[in-house]
Design a protein. Sequence first.
Length: 329
Amino acid sequence: MQERRTTIRIGRLSRAQYCPADDLVPRDGRLTDLSERGAGLLTQETHRIGARLTVTFPLPEEEEPLTASGVVHWSDARARQGRWYPLGLEWLPMEETARHRLSTFLSRRTQERPLEVSGKRILSVTLQPVLRRTVLVLGVLLVAGFAVWVLSLSQRNLALGEALKQRTAIIRHIEQREVVLERELTSARAQLASASTTAANVGAQAQELEAEVGRLSGEVERFQQSYVRLREEREQLIQRVLELEQERLRLAGRLSSIPDLRLAIREAVEARRLAQRQARTQTVMARVDAARQFAAEGNRGYLVRNGRPTAGRSTMWIRVHEPEPLIQP
């Protein structure tokens, strides 16, 4: 017996975003049709049957998009449309809010145009006698209730099977992640040990830097003191240069004429002669003082005492004679 659909499916081409369960990186896609049981989707790559996808697509007249998860029910890579791969998605159990939003949207869209039940349009029914119509309605209601009950059981069975598959896939994925995390943990431990060694080396270098900083601080203080002293000397030199500049200007003013130049030369010559006479006088007086001191003290049997002659004259002669031979008795 051919299976008949009892859910509403509408054609809808809109933008959507999807991400696989093992990646969680959103990708752009296209939504081709939509129903309460599943949706048609165009993706950028192929997906195996049974893979889990999370789809987010907008609903007209609503601000927030609808997000639902499903498993790939069919996929045909040969039916590629340009850069898109078609596939059929069967919804996993949704939250009550999401399911209600989807049902409301589908109901609103089916009221705007003819519905399709199992892909066939509902035919208009001619009026029948009241009794026959009541019997038919009761029969249809009973059949529909039984079909809904069977469909609900089938959907629950499928949902449980998919949940079991999903649970198995999640457990397998967790085991793989555990192995990867164990490797990463081992690598992190090695990196931590290396970082500890590096930190110890950095601590030793920091102590050396502290000692070097202390030494440099002392040198900076000495440099500052030397700088202050040099600045004082510089100020003194500047003052001296200013004085010399004033003297130069004064001399330049005096040397601006021939008479002044001759007068300046005579003054310079006289000043030099006076300095020479004073130097000779000081030398003579020093010799006289030394002679008086030596004369007052006397030689006391020393010709040279403390590196200086004891006589009043600055020049003396010392003659050494050959020793006389001893006469034998």
